[in-house]
Design a protein around this ligand. Sequence first.
Ligand SMILES: CC(C)(COP(=O)(O)OP(=O)(O)OC[C@H]1O[C@@H](n2cnc3c(N)ncnc32)[C@H](O)[C@@H]1OP(=O)(O)O)[C@@H](O)C(=O)NCCC(=O)NCCS
Length: 172
Amino acid sequence: MEIRLGLCTLRPWRLSDEQALAHHANNRKIWRNLRDAFPHPYDELDAVAWIAKHVGVEPVRFFAIDHEGELAGSIAIVQESDVHARSAEIGYFVAEPFWGRGIATQAVRGISAYAFDTIPELARLHAAVFEWNRASMRVLEKAGFECEGVLRQSIWKDGALVNSMLYAKLRP
Ligand SMILES: CC(C)(COP(=O)(O)OP(=O)(O)OC[C@H]1O[C@@H](n2cnc3c(N)ncnc32)[C@H](O)[C@@H]1OP(=O)(O)O)[C@@H](O)C(=O)NCCC(=O)NCCS
């Protein structure tokens, strides 16, 4: 299962991604914009555990972002449960050497289309962006997400209590 896009391909994780994942994910600028469940420092054992968890799992919901054969990031959709079961959260990072080339925007567009195509009951995709993360807000806007509001003081990250911005896209 691969989603081929112009600038990148979204593909399943491979055991051979371990070294590149450990290298790129060990970045405070990435950690600072993700949940604390994302380790920092990020070492090879973290990469091994991540890949072991996701390799071979069907249907594929956790993708590696591949740029010209190199690992360039990670993107995933996680369906919610209970009364939120028709929503899914989208999460992603692009490795710093690949920033500013439009890769995240294309990956978010690609996985959004895939999510609505392959999960018939899905009504909504969403992401809550920390208030300092203008780049990710821009990515979501370019990918057709709308800002629905501010979740005030919803995030405790890096020693600060901050707002997050709720972005969502409904089934087209
Ligand atoms: C956010 C992130 C995914 C962006 O990846 P990317 O591949 O560089 O994104 P794109 O190139 O598709 O688009 C970035 C956009 O943000 C803009 N941007 C970058 N830094 C910015 C800033 N400080 N303020 C405002 N806009 C900014 C770029 O100019 C570009 O918009 P443009 O095309 O209108 O010029 C990447 O920086 C990252 O992985 N960050 C850490 C993890 C993270 O934030 N994940 C998302 C959590 S919600």
